[in-house]
Every structure is written in C-alpha cells, then in structure tokens.
Write a protein that binds this ligand. Sequence first.
Ligand code: GCW
Length: 701
Amino acid sequence: MKYTLLFFVLLTSLCHAGAPDRDDGYRLWLKYDLINDASRRAAYARSAPFIVLNSNSPVLKTAAEELQTGLRGLLGKTVPIVASAGGKTGGIILKTDTSLPQLNDEGYQIRSQPNITISGKTDAGVLYGAFAFLRHLQTGQPIGNLALTSNPKIRVRMLNHWDNTDGSIERGYAGSSLWKWYELPERIDPRYRDYARANASIGINGTVVNNVNASSRFLTAEYLEKVAALANVFRPYGIKIYLSVYFPAPKTIGGLKTADPLDPEVNKWWADKANEIYKLIPDFGGFLVKANSEGQPGPQDYNRTHADGANMLAKALAPHKGIVIWRAFVYKADGKADRFKAAYDEFKPLDGQFEKNVIVQVKNGPIDFQPREPFSPIFGMMPQTPLGLEFQITQEYLGFATHLVYEAPIFKECLDSDTYVKGKGSTVAKVIDGSLHNYPLTAIAGVANTGSDRNWTGHPLAQANWYAFGRLAWDHTLSSEAIAREWTQMTLTTEPPSVKTVTEMLLKSREIYVNYNTPLGLSRPWTGAHFAPEPWQNRSSRPDWTAVYYHRADSTGLGFDRTTSGSNALAQYRPEVQQQWNNPETCPLPYLLWFHHVPWAKKLSSGRTLWDELCTRFYTGADSVGWLQKQWAQVKKDVDPETFDNVAGRLATQQKEAIWWRDAWVLYLQEFARQPIPKPFKKPDRTLKEVKESVQVYLVR
Ligand code: GCW
C-alpha cells in the first residue's frame, strides 16, 4: 500500500512536470507560442532565414533581438542575427533610412521580396516595424507580398503611473508599484525591461513614473539617480521618462520661501533642477503637473495663472528640449457651481498664452473618467493651445480589476466625437493629433492599469485595455473590433470560433457595464473608494463629492439640467453640438441625463417612459453578465486553464455585483419615481435598507 502510494505520487509529479506550462499571463501579448500550422510555420521560416543588423545602435539591437525572440517562439528555431547578408537573399533586413518621404520620425515601412526590409527614418521606427512584423505573424497573416507603411499620428504616446514612493498606487488594482524605489538604482528588476518591451511593442514612447499627486522627493538627488536607472532600461526601447512634479518643490526641498512662478529665485531653482536632471538623463522627457486641483498647490496660491506656472517650468526645460504637460483637471469647491464647467472656465481664457513646449492635458470628459461622458468641451474651444488627451486605463470607475470592461469603445467614442471647432468633421482625434490646428507638439496619455500582480493587470482581460490604448495612441483610426481580435489572437487563442467569441465579449462589455452601473447618462453614484453603489450618498465635505449632486433625483424626475434653464454648461460647446444635445426630445439616450432633468413618466425615443427605460437597462445589464459567463464557458477548450479559471471567477463576482448595483439603483430611485418594477422584471429580493447595509459593510471593511 505504501509503495503503491509512492508510485502514484511519483507518477503524478512526473505527469505534471511533462505538462505544458500553465500561462500565468506574464507574457502578455508577446507570448510567441509555436505556430500550430506546420506549413505556415515553414513558409514563415523560409522567408526569415537570418536577420541582418549592421549597426551598434542600442535601439536597433533591441529590434533585432526582439525579432529573434519572437521568431524563436513562433517558429521553434533560432534565426541568427548577422552583420551582412553576404550575398544571400531572403533574410530580414533592419535599416534606418532618413530618405523615406512617406514616413514621419517614428513611422516604419515593411517590404518583402526578395528580402523583408523593415525600415524607419529613426531607429525607433525600425523597432516599431519589427514589432509590427511579429504581430503580422502572430495574427496569422501572409508575408509573401508585404507592403506596410505606418506612421504614428501622435508624437508623445505615454502612460501615466499614479505610483507613490512607498510602493502604493493611487487607483491601482493590480498589486503594488512596479518600481521598487528602495532597491534602485543598484538592483534592476528584470521586470522593468519586460515593461519596456510591452510598451514598445504597441508604440508607447513615454512614461511618467510617479503620481500626479506628486511627492517632491522625486526631485531630490537620491531619487533622480533611481529614476535615471529606470531611464537606462527604457532607452533601448525608445521610451523616455517623465516626472510628475510638486509645484512647491522649491520650498519643500529647495529651502526657498516661495514657489511663486514669477519670482526670479524660483525660476533659477527650476532651471538648476532641470540642468541636474539632464546631466543624469540626457533624453529626459519633461514634467507632468497637477496644480491647484483637489488640494494640490499651484500658481494660483500666488495669484498667478496656470499659464504663468506652466511657462516658468517650460523655460527651465526648453534649453534641453523638454516639455511641460500641464493638466486641466481642476474644479473649485463651489457647491452652487456646476463642476462640469470648471475646467473650461479656468482654461479657456488662457488659450494662446502658453509657451511652445507646453501641452495642456485634458481628460476625455468634463467630470472624471465616468463609464460614459460626453467629450470635454475644452477640445472644441482652445484652438491656439496644443491639447493632449488623458484617458484612464485603470478601472477606477469601471469595477476595478473585477469587472470586465474593454475600454477601446470608450476611447473611440471620445476620439471620434465631433467638436465642430473648424466645421463638421473636427473630431477630438484631429484636434489632438495636431492635424486641425497644426500643432507640432501632440500627446496622448493613459493612466496605467499595471501593477506587481504576476499578470500585470489583475483581470487577465484588462491587458486588452493597455494594449488598446497603445494601438489607438499610434493610430486612432483603428477599430475597437480589430484591436480586440488582434489582442485575443496574440494573447489567448488563435482558434477562430474562440477568437470570435472573446472579441464579441470584449466589444459588448462596456455597454453591459454602463447599463447596470450608470445608464442613460447617470454619473458618479459612488463616494470614497469608487466601487460600491451609493446613489443615496448626500453628505460630504464638498457638495460635488456627494452622489445626489450628480443625479439630482427628486419626485419630478432625474438628471442634471445643463441647458439654459439649468447650469447652461451646454453653452461651452459649439452651436452644432449644442443643437444635438439641448433638446430632450432628440438628445441621444446615452447622454440624456447628463444634460436634462427628465420627468419619470416622460416617453423616451425608445417608446418607454424614463422609469421603464431605466429599469430595462439596469435589469438587462445585470442579466448580460450571465451572457458573458456563458460565452466564456464556450472558449474553455482553447484557453489556458489558469487564465480560464481566473476570468471565470472574476465574472462570477461581477455577476453578483451587477445585481447589487441594479438593486441599489432601482430601489433607491423607486422612492422618487413611486412606480412598480415593470414586467417582465421581478422586484429585487432585498429591501433598500438591506442594500444600504450591505454597502455600509463594504465601506467599513
Ligand atoms: O479620478 C480622480 C481620482 C484621483 C486622481 C484625480 C486626478 C490622482 O479619484 O485619485 O488623483 O482624479 O486625476 O488627479
């Protein structure tokens, strides 16, 4: 008996050792698993017998090595890197060629026959081309007749990390910070390089490593050395490092009495600081600034404007070609005012007053990364100021790392919105890519969803959001669907039916979430952690930090009147946009309650009353999570078991919480609407009091 057991233990451990490695998600979309189809593998291998690299450039070396790594996995053989083709044809040639007129600085061109030539005007362009070539193979496309040309539409494509010195991440849901400040600069975690690889593969060329609620410690000599060590790792991947700065740093670490941007000593302090930084990091990107916002100090503390503050920093960085990214996320604690209007009111008068190396970074919507927001009116109204666009990849208001929300449709919705600033077709995308107003400086940022979790993003499918941000930052014309399909093929499975199923899940996930969470233009039903439903929340240190401030439910109806009879925030948009939204009869339903206070019994364009439409959305939204679960179950055979279980577990939690959201809203709003739950929906199993208690427990925990 003893021996039988020992034999059994041995046998199972042997079996386990022989089993394919479980995929823990660490490799992201750079998995490069062996291509199943032997004939396709052979065809690719024939076209790529060697890689020619005739340069010592670190970035080109990265390109060659990445190609080699990718091909090793996909083809199951090592393709040698050689200095010359030696008269042989058929290899992959990496080439920087400044004479290519169809390319911008970081664009690439790939041509086949007789060799596969990957070229760019700069080394970085070649690197992006190398990754594009690999993507081509990963997604199973033919390479016999390649003629690909692609240019990034936006110059600065960056992640913003809200990471702190103590390793915590503000609004981070995938573990702690990737940066181990206490080990740097001596120890370089290999993960830093993997982070850079992933970013370079999707065209991200900048990263702000610390929180916009910034600590001045990052500007001390001690920390700058640490930052420089990271910059050294990122440089061969074409990634520049940026820092968020604490505006009063001249006081806190510089010993000055003031941080007034017009004070000569303050100016000198920043100029000296810039010199110190560039000595350590010659290609340092610049500063990101949150000032006079949510308690952060700034130039207004000295009766100066945002432009005064930004321009002072810009002058310090200009000799080094650095830039200032000044955030427009501001709103004062004025309960009578409409927070929607705040950023525009402060920034619009400053249009045209910023130095050339300043870019004003605007969140996609006027409030704060809600599941659905109309585009920020600033995009249509500051034609003389380069505007950058800030998206949030981390799911602060999207169910953290538990709920599935594929964000490409959120990004696209904003990018494709028409501001009408120069007539029809003046989309936000064309404002921020510089094509409309000819800005030479263009930028887009995504607040990162990465952390120390082994799979980087907590929810395995949230990797798709990091991926989608990068792909859209490169080319905003790509479709959400194409990006979802590509990501699924590279990361999860290449089996066509499963690719289709996962793509569909991703595409529908955002609308499902909106339906059970904030349908018809509701917003901010949270307080505190931004997770649990609290539409009843009506007490806080500031009125605009309560939930009731936003939805304005009362016995007559629901929604925030932003027309002329209300706050008139609509006046901040061009007349063509106002026309679409200022009439409750024609305002598209997804934006309705953003702009109108609508009576409960009002018939909407859907044919239902407001109350019935709300219930329909809350109930179908929550039910649709069940649909997501069923879809996921179908792909089981084609997806790694560890990833499968991980997602299945999270979907089960999402299902529970979607019902929680539905119940909270429906029971709360019913107190005002005073109407029954419409058929065929069943009234919640719990009472409003019980939901409130469950939320309370959550908040205490
Ligand atoms: O979304 C809000 C967040 C804050 C954040 C702020 C901002 C970094 O709740 O955590 O602070 O926006 O964007 O500055």
